[in-house]
Ligand binder design. Structure first.
Ligand SMILES: *Cc1c(COP(=O)(O)O)cnc(C)c1O
Length: 235
């Protein structure tokens, strides 16, 4: 676990994040109300999620199932959790129904297993499809050209609700690399919405280092960890 910063410092970071979003929106003529923020609390104690909750962010993101489940055990019931990290299909059953939304769905097998687990609970699972929009070999997610088949499968399953797409940009010192990946995700989303007739309102893209590029390309959800809680030195 990383050490949790003081809540005062968190509030300062939050103000800086809000300024960055306002200014990024002003630069491209968007309204800051169209861009929501998901604080990513991975590697930090539960207190990080409690800071977020107290500041009006009741939904937080985690990247590991076990870490998230153990935080949930003692978390205030108002907190909601999304999974943003890779989910192996053999862990689908453990994760299904425990997260308000799973953003990292990237295979038919995982979709089917999540659906089966939810069917037996008589509920449904909200998800995003993770697309490797930057075609980065180091990233999870389906390639853009595979997204349509995955969406079709998702739309055919009764206990799966596909709400949109998620991507993680390739690491690069060149900000245009991230921007191109975000533009690609938006294009894929538009194309899929048109071909399937499904509404795919969520575009989860942009992290602490590249939120401006993501806002410029139409992000509806920024996933921000270090901008709120500081650098992570260990897992
Ligand atoms: C850790 C993580 C983030 C947040 O990254 P920061 O650079 O700390 O903002 C966003 N999305 C995913 C999938 C992550 O694993």
């Amino acid at each position: 676990m990383n050490e949790l910063i003081d809540e005062r410092l968190f509030l300062e970071n939050l103000a800086l994040v809000r300024e960055r979003i306002t200014s990024a929106c002003a630069d491209c003529g968007r309204s800051p109300s169209e861009v929501r923020v998901l604080p990513i609390t991975k590697t930090f104690p539960l207190g990080a999620a409690e800071y977020a909750l107290r500041s009006g962010y009741p939904v937080v993101g985690e990247n590991r199932v076990q870490e998230a489940l153990s935080k949930m055990e003692t978390a205030p019931p108002e907190l909601q959790w999304e999974l943003v990290g890779h989910l192996q299909s053999n862990k689908a059953k453990v994760a299904a129904g425990r997260f308000d939304r799973i953003q990292s769905v990237d295979s038919v097998k995982l979709l089917r297993r999540l659906n089966a687990a939810m069917e037996s609970e008589g509920a449904s699972q909200r998800i995003l499809l993770q697309v490797n929009a930057g075609e980065d070999p180091a990233k999870f997610g389906v390639l853009p050209q595979e997204a349509e088949a995955l969406l079709e499968e998702g739309l055919s399953l009764p206990c799966i609700e596909v709400e949109g797409l998620m991507t993680i940009a390739p690491f690069s010192s060149d900000p245009d690399v991230a921007r191109r990946a975000f533009a690609r995700l938006r294009e894929v989303g538009n194309r899929l919405a048109e071909s399937s007739g499904a509404s795919l309102p969520e575009l989860s893209m942009g992290m602490s280092g590249d939120l401006e590029a993501a806002v410029a390309e139409g992000s509806t959800l920024l996933r921000l960890g270090s901008a709120f809680f500081g650098d992570r030195v260990s897992h």
